[in-house]
Design a protein around this ligand. Structure first.
Ligand code: UP5
Ligand code: MG
Length: 270
């Protein structure tokens, strides 16, 4: 009996060692629950390797060492999936459908920030002017809102519209650990603009106007695409062509989650 359990342990150790060598790519083949256990045992993963500027390179190096330090911690992290894509790519729409199908916890960073704005607080007024400029709110503010929304809930979590910069990613991982992967919804700017302008007719969102939309696109390319590239280089990115009809996109999104065993293994979100 003891020999069998020793053999099982050593087999698991070999699997984990191999996964450590290959980073998230190997982990992707493990179901979410196993990956969470592996994370709890301190599996390292590969760092971002592509940089487009020296400052991004330094930031990615910091992220890499932080990532390894986190991997050596022993407490299990909640399962997190980032959902990213340009403004109007359909993040909120697809997350709502994922919640219906799999019972995950959907946290839209933008919605959390807009709730703070609606509260009328001094912080809300600060956030409001950042949003109207299509800029990114300070990491400490958004991470604090996410932390508080996640508190006391098991997940798994769908974190929509975050992280929007390498600094956001670093701040989140420092507290919550790495996400399982990022779902990236790819849509052309022309299609996103058309969707946003149509929504703007009734959304009441202060940033759904042509002037702010242009700024949001610029910020997305300059600040958010480096996060997408970083996670792609860690092999933690799953891209979906989201330019099709909503239903068709959802079928593609479900394919992305097919290996996560969300129906049976992962407890219904609480
Ligand atoms: N629609 C959806 N799917 C469609 C499809 N397949 N075909 C046709 N139409 C489709 O969809 C947008 C519109 O398109 C809707 O009318 C929908 O019916 C239709 P939605 O699902 O809302 O797209 P989404 O990607 O969620 O668009 P959103 O405008 O929410 O994206 P943003 O990333 O711009 O907005 P967010 O709320 O995340 O952030 C807003 C601002 O907050 C940011 O610009 C930033 O200033 C700030 N912010 C931060 O600073 N930090 C953060 O971490 C998060 C936000
Ligand atoms: Mg949204």
């Amino acid at each position: 009996m003891r020999r069998r359990s020793g053999a099982a342990t050593s087999f698991l150790a070999r699997v984990l060692f191999f996964a450590a060598l290959c980073g998230c790519a190997s982990l992707r083949s493990l179901p979410a629950v196993e990956r969470r256990r592996a994370g709890a045992r301190g599996l390292p993963s590969v760092a971002c390797v592509l940089s487009s500027s020296p400052s991004e390179e330094r930031q990615e190096q910091r992220l890499s060492s932080r990532h390894h330090a986190l991997a050596s911690m022993s407490s299990p992290s909640p399962i997190v999936y980032f959902v990213m894509g340009g403004p109007g790519s359909g993040k909120g729409t697809q997350c709502a459908r994922l919640v219906e199908r799999y019972g995950m916890v959907h946290l839209s960073a933008g919605d959390l920030l807009r709730s703070e704005v609606a509260s009328g607080s001094a912080l809300g007024r600060e956030i409001s002017s950042v949003i109207d400029q299509g800029q990114i709110v300070k990491s400490e503010t958004t991470v604090a809102l996410l932390r508080s929304a996640m508190a006391g809930r098991r997940g798994p979590f769908l974190i929509d519209g975050f992280p929007r910069s390498l600094e956001n990613l670093e701040a989140f991982e420092a507290e919550m650990g790495p996400a399982a992967f990022m779902l990236f919804l790819e849509v052309s700017e022309a299609e996103m603009e058309a969707r946003l302008l149509k929504r703007g007719l009734s959304s009441g969102r202060s940033d759904d106007n042509r002037e702010t939309i242009v700024k949001r696109f610029r910020t997305f390319v300059c600040d958010s695409m480096p996060v997408v590239d970083c996670l792609r280089n860690r092999d933690c990115l799953r891209t979906v062509d989201a330019g099709a009809a909503e239903e068709e996109v959802f079928a593609r999104v479900c394919d992305v989650f097919a290996d996560q065993q969300l129906d049976d293994d992962v407890p219904v979100a609480s």
